[in-house]
Design a protein around this ligand. Sequence first.
Ligand code: F6R
Length: 359
Amino acid sequence: GKGEFDHYMLKEIYNQPSSLSNTIEGRANDGEVTFENLTEGTFSDVDAVQFVACGTSYHAAMYGGQLLRSAGVRTEVLRASEYESTTGPVDENTLVVAVTQSGETADTLEAVREATSRGARSLAVTNVVGSTAARTADDAVYIRAGPEVGVAATKTYSSQAVTLALLTQQIASDVPGGEPAADKAKLLESLRDLPEHVEEVLESSQAEAIARERLDSQSYFFIGHGLGHSVALEGALKFKEITYEHAEGFASGQLKHGPLALVTDETPIFAVYSGRGDEKTKTNAIEARSRGAPIVAVGPDDHSLADAADTHLSVPDTHPVWAGLLANVQLQLVSYHAAKLLERPIDKPRNLAKSVTVE
Ligand code: F6R
């Protein structure tokens, strides 16, 4: 049941310190990544990786895909429903990674079928043991987040992103020419602190006050650069799903190429940053602010964006790879509290189902 929580969504947001610990357990020891069922060298024939996914899982795939690309591996991140029209060449050296919480999303299963019919090897990254994706892919890696009841995916996004970040390290060490992170030991060390850092966010978040302050806005924008871009897209998706308010996510630098026309004092902008390479987010946020938009900075304290913004949702200092996941927890709380204040049916938003088994 929901226990002390008003909604499953809030329970699942608060479950993240423990679900993330489960995800990480035994997989990041002594500076090395190990997956129980993937032997070292298992990806040594792979020369390109394609992620396919939908919705929130697509945003987690963007996160993992960017990490894999910067580890020197040829990587595409494709919307499963657009697979046929967006895929490049595929052969037996292609690994298609299906990222799907339920393991039952028809669009994602179909993309995997299409890729394997072209000769690709397949890997399912899923939460559900025995799901169709797990049974049909050549290999399966479980995110181990535990059952998720709320229609809006929360804890499973965090566990997907972490699983994919770990998988990146294994793929990059197997694939010829791949380059595991130069600071891998540090990366894994700070991953072990992630559950505790999420706990700190949950204990200190000002998300409810900010949701209340901005409740009568016309539209909600979310911007971010690099890993922060995928977090911005996820923040906007969650917000529109459960509040029914208009929300959009953008790559920070794209704001001035059109969306800026919509910016007024009625369009709060949540600016996600990690502390590395966030100049674009800062300059574009400041530009929007000069047009009247209230800016909510979402990231670590020690950054000039936090000072330039109207308000700040703070996250603990961590490795830049994990900072976006902490920012995402803040944004989950903003969406939750806004939806609650608007009296929306948070666990079962209209027109949506937990798993979408039609194409
Ligand atoms: C958003 C949400 C959906 C799912 C999408 C894919 O909160 O839940 O966008 O992420 O339908 O579902 P899975 O991951 O089960 O393939």
